[in-house]
Design a protein around this ligand. Structure first.
Ligand SMILES: Nc1ncnc2c1ncn2[C@@H]1O[C@H](COP(=O)(O)OP(=O)(O)OP(=O)(O)O)[C@@H](O)[C@H]1O
Ligand SMILES: [Zn+2]
Length: 817
């Protein structure tokens, strides 16, 4: 009797044992995928972890359905890594497996297959009647579920037949299609360098005496450039001069005009035409040398460099040296979709070595990257990816770069495993003997603490590249401006003036408001009633453009009300404001300029984000309003002014990191100003101008922020001085959630005493009709994490054995912040 233990991609604690034949026993290796039946009539893709001859005692082992691989798709190191992750983040191996493997690896009953041909090609032989039956079953439908095929054939072993159909190109597993975004390249005109001197200009005009239309084109060019320094589109010039493209071309042929495309130009902007790695300046070279030296003693190094100090170029040089040694490199980014700029920058340098691992790619492309890493292919030597790239089958990893290490999108919130990709990257690197470089202009407090106590090395870049000064920050007291009647809507006169000046210079402006929609609360002036989401414990947000009230938690929406639901009054008032309202006010204030908005409402469609970024880069948008999406490492040449409309709402979020996060957000958006030539300006509007965080931001004093926040963490016992595990209970029944959370809280207090906070309803205590209760476990540094987790799991087991609590969902979140 032969058996194999497998992990199933479901949240069960244990591995399952299946029976196999002797031949299968000698063929199956740990890390191969096996299709196995599970439950009544499900099939899952499982992963073999061990073959053996010990019959399971409590259940009769079923037979496997099929071996899916000829060689393992994951290596033994990965399995170790998964085990660490499951234990540390209190998840099951199955949950880690589901997060780790690309979707296409996880064939299961719910997998959808798609018919690729309308009629069955005659030259294809289908010996198998059943294969024919499957094809016929589509009957005008384009997709079928594997479970439907199982019903159709009345048995569970259907994968082999489906596989033959896939091999013959008749069906395919369903896939979302991802096409890379290709920006439309707009042509711009400029005067050739040789004609820039005054005498040459006259010469050109004289030359054109006999070509009046071309002469007029040139004159129009001068008059347009005198009005605005913005790059001039060829189309626009033609329209203004009422000239044809042939006439424009004639001027180009004469060498008077040059045509250029902004996108390409951006890359070779600073004069260098080749795409070789840039030469580092002294500060960057010194940083690189120190990083390399620090790796002699440290596993991890923090590069703390102010915005636009040129950290990216330092990473590029470091990466290059590891690639030259034949090592694999992983470059982690908080969100791939938001970093197209950076991706194309790196693609310039590492064309043949770089692969992007992206959830937007088709399932097959992801499998391809996976296999290329597994087989150590050249083109997958450098992997660029968001957190899930940690799970790729590296075996020769030399370096992990974690860019913008402070970003909270490195934390996976749902579903389990709820891992912090930056922390998990450090463990991965440790297991592989690789080094880690964390980079940020605003490091997280935990990371900076680790650097201060010598656990990580610390390297700093204090100057912007090209010795451009950090932007000049001004805090504007909006209470004062209101009193003096110097506000226009949500804009202080100061901000309006600054915007006007920038626009006059042909420069661009970024405005930041940390809320989308028109206004978060609609309130009746008569009775004070504010419409609430029926499913969640929040007020609905007014979206003016759509004429709707929407819930940002569950998507519930209704048409905007004409009168109050409670008292019928027609006097409805809006409170607070979001990006949509800012955009509306801007259109009134600056009717002659193009205004763009970037938030999750405007970037939803295909390439929504890329389109806006490109339009802004190409100068088609003058003022860009947005939420924190704007903060993610964007590099624009022409932005000189950043305005923050209201700094207060982020400072007031009830979270122990609110102050740190506000500092990071404001510093990061400000960092978009004045990156290449002229010193930038930042205006911060606030009702609370003396708030210590705003003061620290305004003088770019990260250290002061760090020390003050650290002190508070110390006093109130928060990380890095203790660890946190958050336990969330969820249920639709209010009474039950109350009882269950009190029971759980008490049981935990019996073990951990005052280390337990709660149970407590979170700020939004009901989402999608489920009530939530939180319990926080604070674990002092010296207390064993392992024992603490064991004790928590024990309490959970007892809890789940109480009949009335069985339906209560429990979510464990380790390092939940
Ligand atoms: N050695 C160099 N040679 C030429 N240009 C450089 C060099 N280093 C940096 N730059 C340019 O300076 C600008 C800022 O650099 P970069 O985007 O790398 O800064 P950063 O530190 O990553 O900023 P942030 O933290 O704000 O994302 C970019 O336009 C970049 O091309
Ligand atoms: Zn809702």
């Amino acid at each position: 009797m032969y058996f194999v233990d497998v992990i199933l991609p479901i949240p069960v604690e244990k591995a399952f044992t299946y029976s196999i034949s002797e031949a299968e026993y000698s063929f199956i290796k740990p890390g191969m995928r096996l299709a196995v039946p599970f439950g009544k009539n499900k099939i899952y893709t499982s992963l073999a972890i061990r073959v053996h001859q010990e019959e399971p005692r409590i259940y009769e082992a079923k037979e496997i359905e099929q071996i899916l691989d000829e060689t393992p798709v994951i290596n033994p190191e990965q399995l170790n890594y998964w085990k660490w992750m499951a234990t540390y983040y209190m998840a099951t191996l199955g949950e880690v497996m589901r997060a780790a493997l690309p979707g296409a690896f996880l064939l299961e009953s719910e997998t959808i297959i798609k018919r690729l041909v309308q009629t069955i090609p005659e030259d294809i032989e289908l010996e198998d009647e059943e294969a024919l039956a499957i094809l016929q079953a589509f009957e005008g439908r384009t997709v079928l579920r594997i479970s439907e095929v199982m019903q159709l054939l009345d048995r569970k072993k259907v994968l082999p037949i489906i596989n033959t159909l896939i091999d013959k190109g008749l069906v395919a597993l369903d896939q979302e299609i991802y096409e890379a975004y290709r920006p439309k390249l707009v042509k711009y005109v400029r005067l050739a360098d040789s004609y820039k001197a005054e005498d040459k200009m006259h010469e050109a005009l004289d030359e054109l005496d006999r070509a009046p239309k071309q002469r007029e084109l040139l004159l129009t060019y001068f008059s347009l450039q005198a009005r605005s320094k913005k790059p001039l589109k060829a189309k626009e010039l033609q329209a203004q001069a009422q000239a044809s493209s042939a006439q424009l071309k004639a001027l180009v042929d004469k060498g008077i005009f040059e045509l250029f495309e902004l996108r390409q130009d951006r890359i070779s902007y600073k004069g260098s035409d080749d795409t070789q790695v840039k030469n580092l300046n002294d500060a960057q070279s010194a940083a690189l040398a120190t990083i390399n030296a620090s790796f002699e003693q440290h596993e991890v190094c923090l590069l703390h460099g102010v915005t636009a100090s040129g950290k990216t170029e330092v990473y590029v040089n470091l990466i290059k040296s590891y690639l030259d040694e034949g090592k694999q490199v992983l470059y982690l980014l908080p969100e791939i979709a938001l970093t197209t700029q950076l991706v194309s920058r790196l693609q310039e340098y590492f064309v043949n070595k770089l692969s992007v691992y992206h959830s937007k790619y088709t399932v097959h492309e992801r499998v391809e990257v996976w296999n290329n890493v597994l087989n150590k292919q050249d083109k997958a030597q450098l992997i660029l990816g968001a957190r899930s790239a940690l799970f790729l089958p590296f075996s020769n990893l030399g370096l992990v770069v974690v860019d913008e290490e402070h970003e909270n999108s490195y934390k996976q919130y749902d579903p389990a495993p709820r891992y912090q990709a930056r922390d998990a990257a450090i463990v991965l690197a440790y297991q592989q003997g690789a080094k880690v470089l964390l980079g940020s202009a605003t490091p997280s407090l935990e990371t900076y603490y680790n650097a201060s106590v010598g656990k990580y090395a610390l390297v700093e870049l204090k100057q912007r590249y090209g010795n451009i000064l950090m932007p000049e920050n001004t805090i504007i007291d909006i209470q004062d401006r209101h009193r003096k009647k110097k506000m226009n809507g949500h804009f202080s006169e100061d901000l309006i003036l600054a915007i006007r000046e920038a626009l006059q210079e042909g420069e661009q402006v970024i405005l930041f408001q940390n809320r989308r929609g028109y206004s978060p609360v609609l309130e009746c002036k008569t009775c004070g009633h504010a419409p609430q989401c029926p499913n969640c414990d929040v007020s609905l947000t007014y979206h003016k453009h759509r004429g709707q009230l929407r819930c940002h938690y569950c998507g519930y929406h209704i048409a905007m009300l004409e009168k109050c639901m409670a008292c019928g009054s027609i006097e409805l008032d809006t409170k607070g404001f979001g990006t949509e309202q800012v955009e509306g006010e801007l259109r009134q204030l600056f009717p002659d300029h193009n205004i763009g908005r970037m938030d999750s409402d405007t970037t939803r469609g295909k390439f929504g984000f890329e389109k806006i970024i490109t339009a802004f880069e190409q100068g088609e948008i003058d003022i860009l309003v947005g939420t924190q999406m704007l903060t993610k490492g964007l590099d624009f040449r022409n932005v000189t002014l950043v305005g923050i409309l209201n700094a207060d709402n982020m400072l007031n979020i009830p979270d122990f990191r609110a102050h740190e996060r506000s500092f990071q957000l404001i510093q990061q958006v400000s960092g978009r100003a004045g990156r290449t030539q002229k010193r930038g300006k930042v205006l911060i509007q606030s009702y609370n101008p003396h708030h210590q965080i705003l003061q620290q931001v305004s003088v770019n004093d990260y250290e002061a922020m760090y020390h003050e926040q650290l002190e508070e963490r110390h006093i109130y016992k928060y990380p890095p001085f203790c660890r946190l595990i958050k336990i969330t209970l969820k249920h639709r029944d209010f009474q039950k959630i109350e009882e269950a959370s009190v029971w759980m809280g008490q049981a935990l207090k019996n073990v951990f005493q005052e280390q337990i906070l709660g149970p407590e309803p979170p700020p939004i205590s009901r989402i999608r009709n489920e009530y939530h209760r939180n319990i926080l476990v604070k674990i002092p540094r010296k207390q064993s994490l392992e024992k603490t987790k064991k004790a928590i799991l024990k309490v959970r087991t007892t809890f789940s054995s109480i009949a009335q609590f069985r339906s209560v969902k429990i979510v464990l979140n380790v390092d939940n912040y």
